[in-house]
Ligand binder design. Structure first.
Ligand SMILES: Cc1cc2nc3c(=O)[nH]c(=O)nc-3n(C[C@H](O)[C@H](O)[C@H](O)COP(=O)(O)O)c2cc1C
Length: 323
């Protein structure tokens, strides 16, 4: 029997993988199976409103299964948010215990919870018992010390979590250095729920490396690598290291870009917010363009949308896709 196809999940990236990005992405690229939305903070009951939930309103979804994500450390607020998400039709919510940013960590949110198994236990106890949705969690190895996740695993194993997504870096590493596959292996062996691998899958060779080392892992979350190479899921699913030249990479990236910029122009007011979004988009999307560095340098300086569009058109006309 052939091995089952891996499940490829779009990583949540706050500010970038918005509903607009997700919608445009699936109109232009294949191979993705599931999306996770960037985190929503838990808030008091009176603050749960349609604006807060806009990014995950079903009418804004792409057709792929979407898992909303929540960040917070107050069980009552978390349960209320889960109920609001259940009302929208969701049956699973992911709890962010991976966000490495210091201000969040200091408030014992995101990865800041990793060194506190008793707090996590108390929250999961309430949230799993009282929520109308299933819970999954996204974690790192620890804040500074990678033994923190190992100490937390007996707690995670006590709850019926649908999956544990492991990004094998510490929070202090942020996104620097390399992922620690030995630490991932240790966590994977100790975890009872389904485990999803996340981190540095930037090309098919890296994906294969993880797949070969962990043949029973079937769920993979892709972030920056997929944003840089939106063909990556197609390459992984088709079993090729990069799509052939004739597959019109530049034309497809250009069409994706035009679609996305039009979406942002329709909802954001003025050139600046649109430029902000698009400059962030190109932080990743220029990686595989032969003239990407120059292009990024130039478009970063643009102050008007019309100038920006001219720069994009000019550079894409000359660009080649570099795998
Ligand atoms: C700009 C940015 C925003 C992110 N936002 C979130 C988020 O909202 N929720 C989350 O769980 N992870 C977030 N992450 C982490 C990614 O989901 C992912 O775990 C990380 O980038 C590692 O995967 P990668 O190497 O495939 O990019 C963010 C990362 C970046 C760079």
């Amino acid at each position: 029997m052939p091995a089952p196809a891996p499940t490829l999940i779009l990583a949540p990236m706050r500010g970038i993988t918005t509903m607009f990005y997700r919608q445009a992405f699936v109109r232009h690229f294949q191979g993705l199976d599931v999306e996770m939305a960037p985190f929503i903070s838990t808030v008091g009951a009176d603050q749960i409103n349609p604006k807060l939930l806009k990014d995950v309103l079903p009418e804004n979804n792409t057709g792929l299964p979407l898992i909303p994500q929540v960040i917070g450390n107050n069980a009552d607020d978390f349960v209320r948010m889960n109920s609001a998400l259940a009302d929208l039709g969701y049956d699973e919510v992911n709890w962010n215990m991976g966000c490495p940013h210091k201000p969040i960590r200091k408030k014992r949110r995101g990865s800041g919870l990793l060194p506190y198994p008793d707090t996590v236990d108390a929250i999961l106890d309430q949230v799993c018992a009282r929520s109308p949705v299933k819970i999954s969690v996204k974690v790192r190895l620890g804040v500074a010390d990678k033994s923190e996740l190992m100490a937390l695993i007996p707690v995670l194993n006590r709850y019926p979590l649908t999956e544990v997504i492991v990004h094998p870096r510490t929070a202090e590493q942020m996104y620097d250095g390399t992922v620690d596959l030995d630490a991932f292996e240790e966590a994977f062996n100790a975890l009872e729920p389904t485990v999803c691998y996340n981190g540095d899958i930037n090309d098919r060779a890296l994906f294969q490396n993880v797949e070969t080392r962990f043949p029973t892992v079937q769920r993979f979350m892709l972030g920056r690598g997929l944003l840089a190479n939106p063909f990556l899921c197609e390459e992984i699913k088709r079993g090729i290291s990069h799509l052939a030249r004739c597959e019109k990479h530049i034309e497809r990236v250009a069409a994706f870009h035009d679609d996305l910029v039009a979406e942002y122009e329709a909802v954001l007011h003025g050139d600046h917010p649109v430029l902000g979004k698009m400059k962030e988009f190109w932080t990743y999307q220029t990686t595989h363009l032969s003239n990407g560095r120059k292009m990024f340098k130039k478009l970063k300086k643009s102050q008007r949308l019309s100038t920006y569009k001219d720069i994009v058109a000019e550079f894409l006309a000359d660009a080649e896709w570099t795998p």
